[in-house]
Ligand binder design. Structure first.
Ligand SMILES: C[S@@+](CC[C@H](N)C(=O)[O-])C[C@H]1O[C@@H](n2cnc3c(N)ncnc32)[C@H](O)[C@@H]1O
Length: 297
């Protein structure tokens, strides 16, 4: 391949990079109420209109904040690929922007719980009772906090093996005014030893080392009450082959494996849950839902 064609390909792709940055900038201006130079603002408006006819005006500030969080989290991870291609796979970022953005993006998972509850009345009933949620791979705690905010009787235990994230999680929960309903523990999910303690577990599929996943799911099954739930999360890649490859690359660099829906369903069934199928709201996250046999007490 000639230098001219590589250069041409790189400049074509650069338009997508700059478009994503422009969309992120517009979302920041909207959700953070920033003042911007009028010439820059007017050009940015035209770029956003070209990306998304009608612009982003219809989004609430919170919706804009969640889309922005995905943009920032993925953009920074792309920058890490560029700057540190030889970094060993794993979730070892200490950059607070990546950690907080990835956490804020995961608030969308609570919306996925709400949307799935609309279609599965048994799941809705579990959320409406005072439930204990296990948040596996809690990171900086934003999903745990969002769930505690949405379901005022829910108690959440977030576990993680990355202490720098847990330090931030404790700071985030202290500022969130949700009392003592969210706790964090530095623990590997493969070593969980609770028995029938949780009504519902969230499993951060893309971040857990693949070789630990089967045993981790068995531990979760044991720790789940009869009739309790497991929500196994994975990424829903864009439909193109390039999008699928890039999503897989990001997942592997995060320390996990890009499980397909069918693989996730097999894994949760092998651990002792009945698979209730997969579900997505159109966000980058796809969930596979499982239920443990038995009647909820
Ligand atoms: C990126 S976070 C998810 C974001 C999170 N919902 C938030 O609000 O920040 C995924 C987490 O899984 C954690 N993790 C990876 N392997 C784990 C394991 N074996 N046990 C527990 N947590 C693990 C990583 O340390 C990482 O913090």
């Amino acid at each position: 391949m000639s230098v001219a064609s590589v250069m041409q390909a790189s400049q074509g792709l650069n338009a997508s990079v700059e478009a994503l940055a422009a969309l992120g900038a517009a979302l920041r201006i909207r959700s953070e109420g920033m003042r911007v130079d009028p010439d820059v603002a007017s050009l940015l408006d035209r770029v956003i209109e070209a990306i998304q006819p009608g612009g982003i005006e219809d989004l609430t500030a919170d919706q804009a904040a969640i889309v922005l969080a995905f943009v920032r989290a993925f953009f920074r991870q792309a920058l890490d690929l560029l700057e540190n291609p030889a970094r060993a796979p794993g979730w070892s970022f200490e950059d607070p922007v990546i950690l907080q953005a990835q956490g804020q993006a995961s608030r969308s998972i609570a919306q996925t719980f709400c949307a799935y509850a609309e279609k599965d009345p048994d799941f809705a009933a579990a959320l409406s009772r005072p439930a204990r949620l296990l948040d596996v791979g809690t990171g900086v705690g934003w999903l745990a906090i969002e769930c505690a905010r949405l379901w005022p009787t829910m108690q959440v235990l977030g576990i993680d093996i990355f202490e720098p994230a847990l330090v931030m999680a404790r700071g985030n929960v202290a500022a969130a005014d949700i009392g003592a309903r969210v706790a964090f523990r530095n623990q590997d999910i493969a070593d969980l030893d609770e028995v029938e303690a949780f009504d519902l577990s969230w499993f951060s599929g893309p971040f857990i080392a693949a070789d630990k996943v089967p045993e981790s799911l068995r531990q979760i099954a044991r720790a789940t009450k009869p009739g309790g739930w497991l929500v196994f999360g994975t990424y829903n890649p864009p439909p193109s082959e390039l999008g699928r490859l890039l999503t897989g690359l990001r997942i592997v660099r995060s320390g996990g494996r890009p499980w397909s829906e069918a693989e996730a369903a097999d894994l949760i069934e092998a651990a002792g849950f009945e698979s209730r199928g997969s579900f997505t709201t159109g966000s980058p996250v796809l969930v596979v839902v499982g239920r443990k046999a038995g009647k909820p007490q």
